[in-house]
Write a protein that binds this ligand. Structure first.
Ligand SMILES: Cc1cc2nc3c(=O)[nH]c(=O)nc-3n(C[C@H](O)[C@H](O)[C@H](O)COP(=O)(O)OP(=O)(O)OC[C@H]3O[C@@H](n4cnc5c(N)ncnc54)[C@H](O)[C@@H]3O)c2cc1C
Length: 392
């Protein structure tokens, strides 16, 4: 076995890599264990990938603080300055403008692979961070002074803290015996990348229908990512349509302001589930990102929540390290869980409410629709929602 590291992170996705960058930048010794390959470079003119996330202001600030933001090329990020939501008939709607808060934008849409690549480029600059790819944990042994992690290669690692950032099906969570509360929404999200006739828009909009929301996420140039939630049966049938039939279905069902569609460049669908870990920490172990919580993606907040976990955990671990205390000790971990669980529970509750009122019985839907119009007129409430959208 090698020497005892400060931290081992299992999972080199966006959240695990963000934790590694924050800790490595502060001088902690870190091993990042990733089951797949390191992220490949993305050419400026490459077609857009299907997995796209909205990074709010708080997430951008974290990426800037860990030195990764500048590795995201301007050609691959799309700022949005307006957010709009409406009911199915578009009788009731609400509109948020970043200018009302005195900021340039609410955030950026960026492909997941570009965010991940930027973080790994930053990791390559940090001498105390080691990355181990195509391997994963098979056993975890907690101890008074350190945790041991055995990898499938037979290698044994030891650290003051093990972080599980290995996604929704987290092996670390399983090895630590942490249960989850799960819910299947009986919905799928069809993601369709399209070339639009209209040039890039700086608005992210969403329309709530009884079958689920429809959303348009702008991408640079004449591109957009459409998200269409529906029952699993309807979604799978739509996903199987040929490009021309799918284009016609979108033009018929989506609001007319989308404009015409020149072409379809990619599609995939995902089941919509919620999963929440019963606890975020155990002795010398912490869960972050989707390993701790998977929420309904209708408001595009899953990654933002995960990056807030990364910020909160690394802030507390670094503070302990710099004070000469144990970075994997009880205090930073308990503080992390106390800070993050209520935030996630509040976000889950908000997503549940949106999901249930807009897919519920007609009177409830109408009341919810009317609520959008009322909120549109309540300056204080609007401001509060906008601050949430920024992640503040
Ligand atoms: C349809 C859809 C749309 C979404 N849109 C948005 C959005 O607009 N905005 C937003 O904020 N969020 C969005 N999300 C959520 C967001 O994609 C996730 O919250 C985010 O990807 C979680 O990042 P993560 O790093 O925690 O996990 P992951 O991205 O799952 O990364 C986990 C990493 O761990 C690795 N790994 C897995 N198992 C092991 C193992 N045993 N050993 C070692 N490594 C392992 C994987 O290879 C991977 O690299 C969306 C989700 C869905 C389904």
């Amino acid at each position: 076995m090698d020497e005892t590291l400060d931290v081992i992170i299992a999972g080199g996705g966006m959240v695990g890599a963000a934790v590694a960058a924050a800790l490595g930048q502060a001088g902690l010794s870190v091993a990042l264990v990733e089951g797949g390959d390191p992220p490949a470079a993305v050419a400026d003119d490459a077609p857009f990938d299907l997995r796209v996330s909205s990074l709010n202001l708080a997430s951008r600030q974290l990426l800037e603080a860990v030195g990764a933001w500048d590795f995201i090329p301007a050609a691959r990020r799309c700022p949005f300055r307006h957010i709009e939501a409406s009911d199915e008939e578009e009788r009731h709607h609400i509109h948020f403008s970043a200018a009302e808060l005195g900021v340039d934008n609410f955030g950026h849409f960026v492909e997941n692979r570009v965010i991940r690549r930027a973080l790994w480029q930053r990791l390559a600059e940090l001498p105390t961070v080691t990355t181990l790819c195509r391997t994963g944990p098979v056993a975890w042994v907690p101890g008074g002074h350190r945790s041991l992690l055995e990898l499938d290669s037979g290698r044994m690692l030891a650290a003051r803290l093990v972080v599980g950032a290995d996604g929704a099906g987290s092996r670390i969570r399983e090895l630590a015996g942490i249960e989850t509360r799960d819910q299947d929404y009986h919905q799928r999200a069809l993601i369709v990348n399209v070339e639009t006739r209209l040039p890039q828009q700086d608005v992210s909009w969403q329309r709530f229908t009884p079958a689920g929301p429809q959303a348009m996420l702008p991408l640079p140039g004449h591109h957009a990512s459409l998200v269409w939630y529906d029952s699993p049966e309807a979604t799978l049938a739509r996903e199987a349509l040929d490009n021309d039939a799918l284009r016609q279905a979108i033009e018929a069902a989506f609001p007319s302001r989308l404009g015409g569609i020149e072409g379809i460049t990619g599609r995939a669908s995902f089941p919509i589930r919620r999963r929440h870990a019963e606890r975020y920490v155990r002795q010398r172990l912490a869960l972050v990102g989707d390993a701790a919580h998977v929420i309904h993606p209708l408001a595009g907040q899953g990654l933002n929540l995960g990056l807030q976990d990364a910020e909160a955990l690394s802030r507390r671990v670094i503070a302990a390290f710099q004070a000469g205390d144990d970075p994997g000790g009880r205090q930073p971990l308990a503080g992390y869980a106390r800070e993050r669980r209520p935030q996630t529970l509040a976000m889950i509750a908000a997503m549940e409410t949106f999901h249930h009122v807009f897919t519920g019985a007609a009177p409830l839907r109408h009341a919810a629709g009317a609520g959008l119009s009322v909120a549109e007129r309540l300056a204080g409430a609007k401001r509060q929602v906008m601050r949430h959208a920024l992640g503040l």
